[in-house]
Ligand binder design. Structure first.
Ligand code: MN
Length: 195
């Protein structure tokens, strides 16, 4: 079982996160931010991973620090679980609908961080949650997981649906990219021999 752990405490947040990428889908999420709990649950259930997150943050300020820091921790936990990334598929992409919304996600577990999100979501709120934090979350995640992540909004204007399509889409694509492929025969999926 490939398991990654991240315990990270700063002056702004205290995050404990565990990720098992080979376990049945399960989510145990408590971040103090309801919308973020909902998104991380969708990420784990549709990515078919076992994710537990307990986070405490300075949400009297807003949800920025806790959201970004959980993105950092999820990225570090993916890196931790992967080790040298032996035998994985490495690439995955798809277009993921959520009613009116359609989001294209492409992932390369390359060992090199790159992030693109376009167009940016409007500066508006989804309930109490700032929609712009969706992009902040995935930037922190991609940079700390050291992978290429492209998220393109193809259709839709319901911000709740768009955010859901992003979290489900990245969860599903990540799950597919991290799957072991027996034809790799345990080799590192790179002509460089390292990821
Ligand atoms: Mn929902």
């Amino acid at each position: 079982m490939r398991i990654g752990i991240c315990d990270r405490k700063t002056g702004e947040t205290d995050v404990k996160l565990a990720l098992n990428i080979d376990a049945p889908a399960k989510a145990s999420i408590n971040t103090g931010v309801g919308f973020l709990d909902h998104m991380l649950t969708l990420f784990a259930v549709h990515g078919i991973m076992d994710l537990s997150v307990s986070g405490v943050g300075d949400i009297h300020v807003d949800a920025h620090h806790i959201t970004e820091d959980i993105g950092i921790c999820l990225g570090l936990a993916v890196r931790d679980a992967l080790g040298d990334a032996r035998g994985i598929v490495r690439y995955a992409s798809g277009a993921y609908p959520m009613d009116d919304s359609l989001v294209q996600v492409a992932i390369d577990v390359s060992g090199r961080p790159y992030f693109a999100f376009s167009p940016s979501l409007p500066k508006a709120k989804i309930g109490q949650f700032d929609a712009e934090l969706v992009e902040e979350f995935f930037r922190a995640f991609a940079f700390n997981a050291k992978l290429n992540l492209h998220i393109r909004i193809l259709a839709g204007d319901n911000l709740h649906h768009l955010a859901e399509a992003c979290f489900k889409g990245v969860g599903i694509a990540l799950g597919l990219a991290l799957r072991p492929d027996s034809r790799r025969e345990g080799s590192v999926p790179s002509t460089k021999g390292v990821i």
